[in-house]
Design a protein around this ligand. Structure first.
Ligand code: X8Z
Ligand code: ZN
Length: 578
């Protein structure tokens, strides 16, 4: 206990929080301008402000080690622990390496945002959104391959930046005591990083049988559509047939997967388009759901400062995100909203982030984050699970009588979105963790990426890939340095939350039909958790909503139980596995 007193650590933390708040606001402002107006100057500015924030954080984290064995309060100890983990990127303290690293991340993100491809027989450059439409709508294998391959070539240009980024980020993480960046990412879960890996594996094993059943059903229907020359009835599924650039969610091809004799009974995209819904209307729908739970409407600045549509005159980062520029009330989303069923869900997802941010704004700076990052991702999705046909009828979007048939089409639709996602959610960081630890070398980047995708997801690329390609770089979160395991956790957690909130309302309805819309009880439970921020370990936050202290797949399995039975009977006609 070397010359430290509680007041000393208290003063240190107070100054630390004030300084980091100031620098984070600056970094966010620069990043906002960069992301909504990409050019060399905004790139340099945002990289420089981030480098400054990282530099100060590293310096403070190093100074904080003097209290490692000191008798300080649990709150102080938690803050000191979180200080080291407060950023998803740490740079080496050498100033030139530090700006080099933040420049690299900005450059990679910019390359991704500017990716374009001209389809064969056309003269127009298509961006990611347009190429995604092709993947969803075309049934021509050659055209699908062209759109898929065209987009994935963006990865190749990112590859050299990525290699150097891994090197520098690891060097940074080691300076503050982590073995590598992946280990740093895994340390953010209030548990031993290795125990966290096992926890993830345990959750995956619980849901894997459901994924395999869905995979088998989908593959059989794709064989019916494209024939066994294109889709091997016993093998992995070629990724370009699944209606999504990364084959991460498959609801885009619902029309060819729906049970032949039943339908959803409505098409939300059609309804929204026919009513002349605007992007702002889409966000208003989502806001009003949160308000129905007893939460406040968004502030006027949200509507003034957010970006809802892709500007026509410049490049922007279109990947949807939610921001809190002053860590208080300057909430915004940045999104290129399309009037679709998918984006209807995404706006709910994004507002979940904003409502979380606002709820924990009352906490000290180092506690202004979610219980763990899976919680942040799960909130809006939990709300979106309550966007049921009955809810849509209630708010006047569905006027037709609801189909009286079974619930299988709806459950299948949801499974194509949520269950198909699970192994993808797992694979992105299982791969990156290995890259950061050195278990995967640059020469092995692409082959290992596909080996893992084949093992976990049962998918393969449209044709053999040159090992020189860099297909992970064609997924936003890789060039943008956003950890991904959060989405896997969120995919499990949202059903755990949904189940608990539905039961708290006293509803005995099957989970897939229940909606928490308008429930003040559900709103109160949610609010209690959101307001905690990360002031407590995540099991405390989980308990506030669910009464449980471990992440459990039970909610998800209960939600999809009727579908699992239906798939089991469907799959008597087809092999399972790959
Ligand atoms: O990136 C997102 C959000 C922003 S945090 C739109 N998601 C993941 C993805 O698009 O890959 C949401 C689900 C998974
Ligand atoms: Zn998100």
């Amino acid at each position: 206990m070397i010359g430290s007193s509680p007041t000393e650590v208290g003063r240190f933390l107070e100054e630390t929080e004030a300084r980091l708040l100031e620098l984070s606001i600056e970094a966010q402002q620069a990043d906002w301008v960069y992301s909504t107006y990409i050019n060399p100057d905004t790139e340099a500015l945002s990289a420089r402000t981030l480098a400054r924030l990282i530099g100060v954080t590293v310096d403070l984290a190093k100074r904080s080690t003097r209290w490692n064995d000191a008798p300080i309060t649990p709150v102080e100890a938690r803050k000191l622990r979180l200080l080291r983990l407060s950023l998803p990127l740490i740079a080496p303290s050498d100033p030139s390496e530090s700006t080099e690293l933040t420049r690299l991340v900005a450059t990679m993100e910019g390359k991704y945002a500017r990716g374009r491809h001209v389809l064969r027989g056309s003269a127009t450059e298509l961006d990611l959104q347009e190429l995604s439409h092709v993947l969803q709508e075309s049934r021509d294998p050659a055209r699908l391959t062209d759109a898929w391959t065209g987009w994935h070539s963006v990865g190749r240009s990112i590859r050299p930046d990525f290699e150097r980024y891994v090197e520098l980020a690891n060097r940074g993480a080691r300076e503050i005591g982590f073995p590598d960046m992946g280990a740093m990412w895994r340390s953010k879960y209030d548990m031993d990083p290795e125990a966290f890996s096992s926890e993830v594996e345990r959750l995956w094993r619980e849901v894997e049988p459901l994924y395999r059943s869905l995979h088998a059903y989908v593959r059989r229907r794709l064989v019916e559509t494209y024939g066994p020359d294109h889709v091997d009835p016993r093998g992995p599924i070629p990724a370009h047939f699944l209606g999504n650039m990364w084959a991460q969610s498959w609801e885009g091809i619902f029309p060819i997967l729906a049970p032949p004799e039943e339908s959803l009974g409505f098409d939300l995209t059609r309804i929204l388009v026919d009513r002349g819904t605007t992007p702002t209307d889409m966000v208003r729908y989502a806001e009003s759901f949160f308000v129905s739970l007893g939460l406040d409407p968004l502030p006027p600045t949200f509507w003034e400062r957010s970006m809802f549509v892709r500007p026509r005159d410049r490049d922007v980062v279109c990947h949807a995100s939610a921001w809190d520029l002053d860590f208080a009330d300057d909430l915004r989303i940045k999104m290129c909203i399309e009037i679709t069923d998918e984006d209807f869900r995404v706006v709910h997802h994004e507002l979940g982030h904003n409502y979380y941010q606002r709820a924990y704004a009352g906490q000290p700076y180092l506690f202004r984050d979610s219980a763990h990052d899976g919680f942040h991702e799960a909130v809006g999705d939990t709300i979106a699970l309550s966007v049921t046909p009955e809810y849509l009828r209630k708010i006047g979007l569905l006027s037709t009588a609801l189909p009286t048939g079974g619930d299988i089409p709806l459950l299948l639709y949801r499974a194509l979105e949520k269950i198909a996602f699970l192994p993808f959610g797992l694979v992105v960081d299982r791969w990156r963790w290995e890259v950061f630890s050195g278990g995967i070398t640059p020469a092995e980047y692409n082959d290992t990426w596909w080996a893992m995708r084949r093992t976990y997801q049962g998918i393969v690329p449209p044709a053999a890939r040159d090992p020189e390609e860099f297909d992970p770089g064609a997924k936003f979160h890789v060039p943008a340095n956003v950890p991904y395991m959060r989405y896997f956790l969120a995919a499990i957690l949202q059903f755990q939350f949904h189940r608990a909130l539905v039961r708290a309302m006293g509803s005995g309805e099957p989970l897939h039909r229940a909606s928490i819309y308008g429930s003040k009880e559900a709103g109160e439970k949610l609010r209690a958790m959101l307001e905690m921020g990360q002031s407590r370990e995540w099991p405390d936050a989980l308990e506030a909503v669910t009464g449980e202290r471990t992440m459990e797949a039970r909610g998800l399995l209960e939600y999809f139980a009727p579908l699992q039975r239906w798939l089991d009977s469907e799959n008597r006609k087809a092999p399972v596995g790959w």
